[in-house]
Ligand binder design. Structure first.
Ligand code: FMN
Length: 380
């Protein structure tokens, strides 16, 4: 498990991914929303966080091991849920789930990705987390929750930052907004990426694997858009969260939190954790970067609920910055998808190995022995 020295940064993987996959798929992965202000802010403001080393302090060694919800993981970062992963690289959710399992880090499966809960659970021996898009009908919600429970999924993630779809100009142009449209330009782009096209033919056209049992057969793209619209009701509130809390015996996490108000609601409703997240800048272009509310939320509520964070993290030093600012654990979406789009089957292992190596180097440099001690190095 070592990284490929030809790609020693997430930027290298991003550049390679851009060459390997069709433009519409790359833009779906890479873009934020509107003018990409929030997307750019996430990484830029995270990187303003600075850490102080203590070179002369006694150092017994640094360990990336981090406990979360009673489980010891091998690193303080995990793989965030990403929809439609098979569009970017065929089979990518399976590649990432396997790599996460082998590296002992969490993998979160999205409701709207291209592998099922059952398959993710099989690949990770019941360790995969599941992210639920809120179904409009209670019967569908109950059925999906029963499947997640039967798959022994330990953590359920519910999402509060998708009351509406993000407004994403590239996806609208490329026919990837709702309802989706295939156009001649997309087909030509696919022809220009033969490896991607061959792999797609080999694995079959990606589908919403979790939703197949509920979908009428042979939907055209317009009907698919209508089905998705009618199946989910994005806006979360107390009435929707309460029955899930009552039903779900495992850990329950709210993702997409960006305010103290939502954190307080999560605590009141008995949730076990929150992910301070803005969906990687894909929802509210006028919103704050996640590093901004993180410190206050972690300081004020960190002893009542597990505070995790994502959006904008692209390196080991970025993970350290987020942890020093109060995150108990971090997640990344695009970094892993760039890795797998760039390197196929080897992309998951490569990206995790690279991030672990970088983070280990930061810890040694700081003289930080445990991932719980990053905050001692924060320059306020
Ligand atoms: C292409 C793409 C699709 C995504 N789909 C989902 C999804 O289905 N469910 C979800 O909870 N978050 C989704 N997210 C958000 C990620 O879980 C995560 O919050 C985000 O990627 C973190 O930002 P980063 O990409 O800068 O690491 C998606 C993100 C991207 C880039």
């Amino acid at each position: 498990m070592a990284y490929d020295t030809r790609y020693p940064s997430i930027d290298d993987l991003r550049a390679r991914a851009q060459k390997k996959i069709p433009k519409f798929a790359f833009e779906y992965l890479d873009g934020g929303c509107n003018e990409d202000v929030n997307l750019i802010r996430n990484t830029a403001e995270l990187r303003e966080v600075q850490l102080k080393p203590n070179y002369l302090r006694t150092h017994k060694g640094s360990s990336l091991k981090t406990k979360l919800f009673g489980v010891e993981y091998d690193a303080p970062f995990g793989i965030a849920p990403v929809g439609l992963q098979g569009l970017m690289w065929p089979n990518s959710p399976e590649i990432l789930a396997k790599a996460a399992f082998e590296h002992n880090i969490p993998f979160i499966l999205s409701t709207v990705t291209t592998t099922s809960i059952e398959r993710a659970s099989e690949l990770t021996e019941g360790k995969a987390w599941f992210q639920l898009y809120h179904p409009a009908k209670d019967t569908l919600r109950d059925d999906i929750l029963k499947r997640a429970e039967a798959a022994e999924c330990p953590v359920l993630v519910i999402l509060c930052d998708v009351p509406t779809f993000g407004f994403r100009p590239r996806d609208i142009r490329n026919g990837l907004a709702m309802p989706p449209k295939m156009n001649i330009s997309n087909i030509l782009q696919a022809f220009g990426r033969p490896h991607w096209s061959m792999q797609t033919l080999k694995h079959g056209i990606p589908n919403f694997a979790n939703l197949l049992p509920y979908m009428p057969k042979n939907l055209d793209l317009k009907q698919l858009g209508k089905f998705m619209d009618e199946t989910f009701s994005g806006r979360l509130n107390e009435e929707k969260i309460k029955p899930i809390r009552d039903m779900w015996k495992g850990k329950l996490v709210l993702k997409g939190v960006a305010s103290e108000y939502d954190t307080e609601q999560a605590i009141k409703l008995g949730l076990d954790g929150i992910i301070v997240s803005n969906h990687g800048g894909r929802q509210l272009d006028a919103g704050e970067s996640t590093i901004k509310p993180l410190s206050t939320i972690a300081e004020k509520y960190g002893d009542q609920i597990e505070v995790m964070m994502d959006s904008g993290i692209r390196s080991g030093p970025d993970v350290a910055r987020a942890m020093a600012s109060g995150a108990k654990f971090t997640f990344m979406g695009r970094s892993f998808m760039y890795g797998v789009s760039a390197l196929g089957n080897k992309g998951g292992d490569h990206t995790i190995s690279l991030l672990k190596t970088e983070l280990q180097q930061v810890m040694e440099q700081l003289c930080c022995e445990n991932t719980t001690d990053f905050s001692d190095h924060l320059i306020k």
